[in-house]
Write a protein that binds this ligand. Structure first.
Ligand code: 2HA
Ligand code: ZN
Length: 280
């Protein structure tokens, strides 16, 4: 903790609950084997009040220009993973691997308020994250988290399964009874696009208007939600269904969950399944 912060009565940055949450979830995800090397990235929208309790918001450390303006997010605070940083290392050294940012008033840059030590920069997928935050906030005011990970079985499934998102969703629903209850809105799938680009950001965000999950073929998954538990749980459930799909692939299917049973589940749990998928 710097003496400036100490003299103002701030608690050390790493004590902040949102830094602990980021450290714990990145560690947990690395343990799943989903975030090899520098794979995966997270951004978490924070309230000014919760940041200001732990971090000096009055004196930004530096400013980083954005190549994609995000006026809609002006003045908003985020904690993000750093570009090229390993999920495995976050828990050991949050200040080097994470950063707390504020989007500038014109939406053309971000101010670094804490972390990203030694000149590090925010995740290479910041465009996809920020554009997805903008779209999710329009449809869900409680939205806060965008989480990208290289979920192994989801990636595998994108090699063998049709990439039509209605077909992809239906297969996932059929793999585990509770899937349709957890993601009645289905999963979306975009074409293969070079990662880190504004184009993949725009295509992902377009899908985020009516989905919380977007699959990137042969790459991974983007999940969104209002809490870390909800967002991680959603991705975990999709990955579980994809795992079952891969386990039964090539084997004789003797019985399965029928469309009527999926409709019965939706009815019993009072969820509305995405239209155009069930034939009942
Ligand atoms: O390197 O996962 O998509 C981080 C990534 C890029
Ligand atoms: Zn990735």
């Amino acid at each position: 903790m710097s003496t400036v912060l100490a003299s103002k009565g701030y608690i050390a940055g790493t004590e902040a609950p949102f830094i602990k949450e980021m450290s714990e979830i990145t560690h947990h995800m690395w343990m799943q084997g989903w975030d090899e090397l520098n794979g995966g990235n997270i951004s978490y929208l924070l309230e000014e009040d919760e940041v200001a309790k732990y971090i000096n918001v009055l004196e930004p450390l530096r400013t980083i220009n954005l190549t994609f303006p995000v006026k809609e997010l002006a003045g908003k605070y985020f904690i993000v993973t750093g570009s090229g940083k390993f999920f495995r290392n976050v828990i050991k050294d949050p200040e080097a691997n994470l950063g707390v940012l504020r989007v500038s008033a014109d939406g053309d840059s971000v101010e670094v308020l804490w972390g990203l030590r030694d000149g590090a920069v925010p995740t290479s997928e910041l465009a996809s994250h920020f554009m997805s935050h903008i779209e999710r906030l329009k449809v869900d005011p409680s939205h806060r988290i965008v989480l990208h990970t290289h979920a192994t079985n989801v990636i595998a499934m994108t090699f063998t399964h049709d990439l039509d998102e209605l077909k992809f969703t239906k297969t996932l629903w059929e793999m585990c009874t509770e899937c349709i209850v957890v993601f009645p809105d289905g999963v979306s799938v975009i074409p293969w696009i070079v990662p880190g680009s504004s184009e993949i950001g725009r295509e992902t965000a377009k899908k985020m208007r009516d989905h919380r999950i977007v699959v990137w073929p042969h790459h991974g998954i983007f999940g969104t939600g209002s809490t870390m538990d909800a967002t991680f749980g959603l991705i975990e459930t999709v990955e579980k269904a994809a795992t079952v799909y891969n386990l039964v692939a090539g084997k004789e299917i003797k019985q399965k969950i029928t469309d009527q049973q999926l409709a019965d589940l939706a009815n019993a749990f009072k969820v509305t399944p995405k239209a155009g998928i069930l034939n009942v």
